[in-house]
Ligand binder design. Sequence first.
Ligand SMILES: CC(C)(COP(=O)(O)OP(=O)(O)OC[C@H]1O[C@@H](n2cnc3c(N)ncnc32)[C@H](O)[C@@H]1OP(=O)(O)O)[C@@H](O)C(=O)NCCC(=O)NCCS
Length: 174
Amino acid sequence: MDDRSSPERVVRPTVRVRLGVAADVAGVWRVHNTSIRQLCRARYAPEEIEAWIAFRPPEAYLASIASEALFVAEQQCAVVGFGQLDPARGEIAACYVAPEAVGSGIGSALLARMEEEARRRGHRIVRLNSTLNAETFYASRGYRRLGRAAHRVSGNVDLPCVRMEKALSPTGSE
Ligand SMILES: CC(C)(COP(=O)(O)OP(=O)(O)OC[C@H]1O[C@@H](n2cnc3c(N)ncnc32)[C@H](O)[C@@H]1OP(=O)(O)O)[C@@H](O)C(=O)NCCC(=O)NCCS
């Protein structure tokens, strides 16, 4: 059937998840800041948002890139999301999508890539501190709530968050 005339037909540009490289730092920083400012403001106070953003200069991503633990989602040559894994602890340290790109599966794709990497490095459980606004997202991806936690950022500000974990299947079939 020729569906070219269908008004429902939406063609989304392809998203590719790959390892981050040093040249991605500016794009990652942009996604991190805009995502915090626009997507987290419903659950955090303005002073918490400012302390959170001040916490991390662009160069801070380089160590994670060097240990091959930072992944970017790229769409039409632009970074639209990124995730960071702490490979030694099996901890998901970050998963952020650009506000203009949310709701199209990018967060899930980044999370799946980090889980695959954690499994490859021998972890059977991944853990994370979820923002208050992302708890439902992680729950829909198989994470269970362990309890309330806090994440310390600049100025000794403690951001309230939710501790969560997920058991990885040895084969990656979940
Ligand atoms: C949380 C976040 C990464 C999700 O990314 P995304 O690309 O929008 O997620 P997906 O499109 O893969 O959504 C996957 C599912 O979760 C749901 N979902 C996504 N964000 C959600 C939210 N904030 N609340 C409730 N459900 C959410 C989607 O509806 C979708 O459900 P479906 O599979 O039934 O269709 C993104 O909203 C974000 O960057 N938020 C701000 C930063 C943040 O708080 N990150 C977490 C740091 S720990």
